[in-house]
Structures are given as C-alpha cells and as structure tokens.
Design a protein around this ligand. Structure first.
Ligand SMILES: [Zn+2]
Length: 267
C-alpha cells in the first residue's frame, strides 16, 4: 500500500515537471533555467506554491502575485500523470501482465507511455509533436532492439515501416485525393515510427487503427454539429497516444480475440 502512495506521489511530481515541458519545449526555452515564474507578472513561484495539485487548490487557481487565473490544465496533468503511472505500476509491476512486452525494458516502455501525456497537451495547443520526444525514442528503441531478450532489429525495422510508413502513406493518399496540404503531421509519423521501433509492427498497427477509430468518434460529431468544419485541423497525436496505451495494455489480447473470430468465420 505504501508503494502505491509513493508511485502516485512520484507521478504527481512528474506531472508537475511535464507542465514545465508543456510550456517551455514548444517555445524553445530551457527546461532548467530560469526557475518557474508566473508567465503574466514574472513573479518567481515559491516552493510551497509549486506542490502538485495541492498548491493549485490552496491558491484558488490564481497567481499569488497578480491574481491571474492559472490554467486548470496544470492540476489535470498532475492528476492524470499520477493516475496513469499508478495504472502502469499495478498492471506491469504488480500484475506482471504477460504480453509481447516481455523482454523490452519496462522503464523505457513506461517512459514512452507516460510522455504521451505532455505530447498530447502540446499537440492540442500547438499542433506539433516535438522531435525531442519522438526522435530520441526512435534512436533509443532501435538500440534496444539489439538486446537479445526483446524484439529483434528486423521486427524493430518492420515496426518503423508499419507505424511511420502506414501513417505517411495515409497522409500521402489524403493529399492526392483531397488535394490539400499535409493531412498527416510529421510529428504523428515520427511518433508512430518510434512506437513501432520499440514495440514492433503489431502494437503500432493496432494503435493506429484504434487511434483512427477514436479520432473519428470524436471528430465526426463535431463536424456534424458544425462546431468545426472538415478543413479544420484536429490534432491526431492524442488519439494515437490513447490507441497506443490500449494497444500496449491489451494489444495481444485484441489480436488473439480477432484471430479466434476469423477462425470462427472460416471454420
Ligand atoms: Zn502572476
């Protein structure tokens, strides 16, 4: 029980750090310097005003200096990061869920999955997925594939083609048919290439199918209700990220169920 509380606390602190990344990386600011300050009045944020979740409530969601409203996104990122890290811990450290993930270093998988939280927020706000996340994981994942216990370098390469290549192709077809600019963001392509490199082609493809499904679930009603028109750019990163979470946690089960279903149809 104590370990759960420690994991949740660490998750909240990590979420607090993600808030720094979310603000600074798209603005090309240093992640370390200067110390956190209010973007409105530049007042330095004191340590007791920087306690995840608690400080937001204590400050009433306002800067202690200029009283400008602090975005609700800050505590939400902290709560979500804490909850997601706890979920990963329960599933893969406590529960030891047996999946294809065996042999791929858990720490790297956790890091990739949990970083999808700041990636999603950055994509929603700025319509970009910074290379620093995607390319570093792409290189790291290719390197890891040479460790004998996990997936092979060949599977890793196939994963890059399946994850990045299929999205690139989708974007290319979209461009030809609709004669519009880039339908598929380069960041999405690099992110799924990195995911394919780490987890292999199956996990990446299931994630893309799920992501497209979730994306249309969310996008179609908005288009139908004329909240947005079809020309509007909808960030795909958060949906791909959600697809990846489901795929990593349940992808093997999904594949098995699907294979049984097909067998049932044939036999
Ligand atoms: Zn302020």
């Amino acid at each position: 029980m104590v370990i759960y509380i420690l994991v949740a606390l660490f998750g909240a602190l990590l979420g607090s750090f993600f808030n720094v990344l979310i603000w600074r990386i798209p603005r090309n600011e240093s992640v370390v310097f200067p110390a956190s300050h209010c973007p409105e009045c530049n007042r330095p944020i004191k340590p007791w005003e920087n306690i995840p979740i608690v400080s937001y409530i204590f400050l009433g969601g306002k800067c202690a200096g200029c009283k400008v409203k602090i975005s609700i996104v800050y505590p939400v990122v902290e709560i979500v990061t804490s909850a997601m890290l706890l979920l990963l811990w329960i599933l893969f450290v406590d529960g030891r869920t047996i999946t294809i993930l065996n042999g791929i270093p858990l720490g790297v998988q956790f890091a990739f999955l949990i970083l999808l939280i700041p990636i999603a927020v950055i994509d929603i706000r700025h319509y970009i997925i910074p290379d620093i996340f995607t390319l570093s994981f792409l290189v790291l994942s290719i390197g890891i594939s040479f460790i004998p216990s996990g997936i092979t370098p060949q599977q890793s390469l196939l994963g890059i083609l399946a994850g990045g290549g299929s999205l690139w192709l989708l974007g290319f077809i979209g461009k030809v048919i609709f004669k519009k600019g880039d339908a598929m963001g380069g960041g999405d392509i690099k992110m799924m290439a990195a995911a394919g490199a780490l987890w292999g082609p199956e996990i990446a493809l299931i994630a893309i199918v799920l992501g497209a499904f979730l994306g249309s679930l969310a996008g179609l009603p908005m288009i139908l209700l004329k909240k947005i028109n079809a020309d509007h750019h909808i960030p795909f990163g958060p949906f791909l990220g959600a697809g990846l979470w489901i795929s990593v946690i349940a992808g093997v089960k999904i594949l098995e169920t699907y294979a049984q279903f097909i067998q049932g149809l044939v036999g």
